[in-house]
Design a protein around this ligand. Structure first.
Ligand code: AMP
Length: 161
C-alpha cells in the first residue's frame, strides 16, 4: 500500500502530470474510420481516447485497428473503411481513473498502459496521465525528497549488496 505521506507528495505535483483534455487528441465514437485514419496518422500516437457526444470516455482507438479494417485479399484497400465508424472497431475496455481518488490504481495501471485517461465524477473526460509524465514526477520527488524533508528511518535493516 502507498502510504498517505507519499501519496500527498506525489499529488502535490498532479498538475504537472495531468495532460489537460483540451491538449489531448481524441476522436468521437461517431467519427467515420476514414477520419480516424487521418487523425491517427497526423498525431502520430499509437492510440488515443474515444469520447461520445456527452464528453464521456467510451474507448480507445489506434492506427493498427483502423489499418486492420483496410486489409483486403490482395492488399490494402482504403475503400474498405467506407461506412464504418469509430465505435465499430474501438476497444471499449477502458482502464481509467476518477480524478486522483486512487493513486494506488493509477500506478498499477501505468505498469501496463502508456497513458491512463482521467474522468470526473460525471464520467466526463478531463485528460490523461502518461507514464512519461508520471515518471518525471517520481524522478523529481526522489531527487528532492531528502533536501526538502526530514526522513526518519524507523527500522534497522541490513542493506543487501
Ligand atoms: P508519451 O509518454 O508522451 O510517449 O505518450 C504515451 C501515449 O499517450 C502516446 O502513445 C499516446 O497514446 C498517448 N498520448 C500522449 N500525449 C497525447 C496527446 N496529446 N493526445 C493523445 N494521446 C496522447
Amino acid at each position: 500500500m502507498i502510504g498517505q505521506t507519499v501519496k500527498e507528495l506525489l499529488l502535490e505535483k498532479q498538475e504537472n502530470f495531468l495532460i489537460d483534455g483540451d491538449k489531448v487528441a481524441t476522436l468521437l465514437d461517431t467519427h467515420p474510420l476514414t477520419h480516424a485514419f487521418l487523425v491517427l496518422t497526423k498525431v502520430g500516437y499509437t492510440k488515443i481516447p474515444v469520447l461520445n457526444s456527452d464528453d464521456e470516455l467510451v474507448g480507445f482507438i489506434g492506427l493498427a485497428q483502423v489499418v486492420d479494417n483496410m486489409l483486403a485479399i490482395d492488399g490494402v484497400d482504403f475503400a474498405q473503411l467506407d461506412g464504418k465508424i469509430v465505435s465499430d472497431v474501438m476497444d471499449s475496455e477502458v482502464a481509467s481513473i476518477r480524478e486522483f481518488d486512487d493513486v494506488e490504481r493509477l500506478f498499477h495501471l501505468a505498469v501496463d498502459h502508456a497513458f491512463i485517461p482521467v474522468t470526473n465524477e460525471k464520467n466526463e473526460f478531463i485528460g490523461i496521465v502518461t507514464r512519461r509524465e508520471l515518471f518525471k514526477a517520481i524522478n523529481h520527488l526522489i531527487h528532492t525528497i531528502e533536501s526538502d524533508y526530514d526522513i526518519l528511518k524507523k527500522k534497522n535493516y541490513e542493506l543487501v549488496k
